[in-house]
Design a protein around this ligand. Structure first.
Ligand code: AMP
Ligand code: MG
Length: 487
């Protein structure tokens, strides 16, 4: 276990130099205070969890203090936003403080979001509000607990610093951890500004540090791109299987590591709704729930375009062609497991699609339906869940198909079935209204609800005593909350 001053830095991205990032010091928050910390994320840095409660913790992650070995940098990147190219974005309010090695030899970027203005702030104030910082923190740690690849969050630091959005709010910072903060948009920036040498340097950096096994391949860059395609297909399959809607899948928010990244107006589905749009600025539904699948491929083709100096167009196209079949295989595999099936049949895809359509038409809670399907033997479970459906004849027909499928699947006890299904079907997810309750309390200075919700979400598959209120459908007020894009 380490104390805060015992972290070991090795700032590899900073060493790439000024063409890639700019030195900027964090702008401190007034009266910094700990809102919430993740013990699991602290363990990634070998940090003793007790240090979260010390004043120096809030000072470090509230921008007041800095390690001597840290080299805070704002990264430059660009990207496609809602389908159109924006030539220069970059870290407008976040700083890469440095890269830390843990005892297992893994390195973690420390990125402080909300750290003040940078050369890339454009019209922004460089700040993040408490509301959005809490949402990013909870989402990172909740997705991780569900087994979905994601950046992590170490802590949220609150303050008395006023920040103007639609109304006056308070500034906060979230300390984000990831093995890399390099986005698709980094490659796009050097491609569209026609800086081939720097682009090659960036590609070497990513290959050496993050895809070293691709070095062994005949065409290392192509192997790396393929791996990125595969990781994205798998990540998005998990989003779709668990009902996660990212909301702003611009290429500047897509990680080169295939992890969920940059949380804004995201949401988990309550009622199943394929057309759900969580970002209320997304008028055309470009990033609607079901569009995430083709958009994943669109984003990969934007990256492919930026890689044309290194890889032939034919090879890139072939690699892009892997995306959909891989996505479908991962998705179907997960959905089979969520339905409690251990074998594969051709008609399983149709079984899943029919169920989703029925849920869509009746506004059935996606997470709770699948959780409770495992509570009892299939015949009893479907009989109990039937009441949630409007189209009873449709549901009965599905239920017959499902029971027959379960009967063919294998010979196991209900105890085994429940255990297997509950291990993949969460009871607790980060519903928007739960986040909203925690945020409202935190905005009035009470952080206990954020901390409790975070604790519950770290063990989403385990029934937790006294936590029934987190495993309910949302109340009417909490159903279609509009999440502001301003964060
Ligand atoms: P996002 O939509 O959060 O991914 O941000 C898109 C771009 O806007 C990034 O370059 C951000 O750094 C920048 N940005 C977002 N909010 C702010 C802010 N309050 N101040 C400065 N830059 C911001
Ligand atoms: Mg972003």
């Amino acid at each position: 276990m380490k104390a805060l001053d015992e972290l070991t830095f090795d700032n590899r991205f900073a060493r790439l130099g000024d063409a890639f990032s700019t030195h900027v010091l964090p702008e401190p928050l007034d009266e910094p205070r700990l809102v919430v910390a993740s013990k699991a994320a602290m363990a990634l840095l070998d940090l003793d969890p007790a240090v979260a409660e010390t004043p120096v913790f809030a000072e470090l992650f509230g921008g007041h203090k800095l390690w001597a070995e840290a080299e805070p940098r704002a990264m430059v990147y660009s990207g496609h936003q809602f389908g159109g190219y924006t030539p220069q974005l970059g870290d407008g309010r976040g700083l890469l403080l440095g890269e830390v090695y843990n005892e297992a030899g893994e390195h973690w970027d420390l990125h402080l979001k909300g750290a003040g203005m940078t050369p890339y702030s454009r019209m922004g104030d460089g700040r993040a509000v408490l509301r959005s910082s809490i949402r990013e923190f909870l989402a990172s740690e909740a997705l991780h607990a569900l087994g979905i690849p994601t950046s992590r969050a170490l802590c949220v630091i609150g303050s008395s610093t006023p920040v103007w959005r639609e109304k006056q709010e308070r500034g906060a910072m979230v300390l984000r951890l990831a093995h890399s903060h390099i986005r698709f948009g980094h490659f796009e920036y050097f491609y569209y500004t026609k800086k081939p040498e720097q682009q090659a340097e960036l590609a070497e950096h990513v290959l050496n540090l993050h895809y070293p096994e691709c070095r062994e391949q005949p065409e290392p860059y192509l192997a790396m791109f393929r791996e990125i395609v595969e990781r994205n297909a798998e990540m998005i399959a998990k989003w779709q299987a668990y009902g996660f809607c990212h909301g702003v899948m611009n290429t500047d928010n897509m990680s080169i590591l295939g992890i969920t990244f940059d949380f804004g107006p995201f949401a988990f589905l309550d009622d199943f709704d394929a057309h759900f749009i969580c970002n209320h600025s997304d008028h055309e539904g470009r990033y609607s729930f079901s569009n995430q699948v083709p958009i994943g491929q669109w984003n990969l083709s934007a990256l492919a375009q930026a890689l044309t100096p290194f890889i032939s167009v034919d090879a890139l196209k072939e690699a892009l062609g892997l995306y959909l079949p891989l996505y479908q295989a991962h998705y179907l595999d997960l959905m089979r497991r969520r339905l409690g099936l251990t074998t594969a049949e051709d008609a399983d895809q149709q079984l899943v699609e029919r169920l989703l359509k029925l849920m869509q038409n009746s506004g059935v809670d996606y997470t709770l339906f699948l959780r409770h399907l495992g509570d009892e033997p299939a015949a009893l479970a479907v009989a109990r869940l039937r009441d949630d459906f409007v189209n009873l004849a449709g549901f009965d027909a599905w239920a017959e198909q499902y029971k027959a499928r379960v009967a063919r699947d294998g010979d196991y006890t209900q105890e085994q079935r429940r255990e297997r299904m509950h291990a993949v079907n969460p009871l607790y997810i980060l519903r928007n209204y739960l986040a909203q309750n925690a945020i409202a309390a935190a905005e009035s200075g009470d952080y206990s609800e954020v901390r409790r919700l975070h604790e519950v979400l770290t063990r989403p598959f385990e029934e937790q005593a006294g936590m029934e209120q987190y495993a309910q459908r949302p109340p009417d007020w909490g159903k279609h909350l509009e999440i502001s894009c301003s964060s």
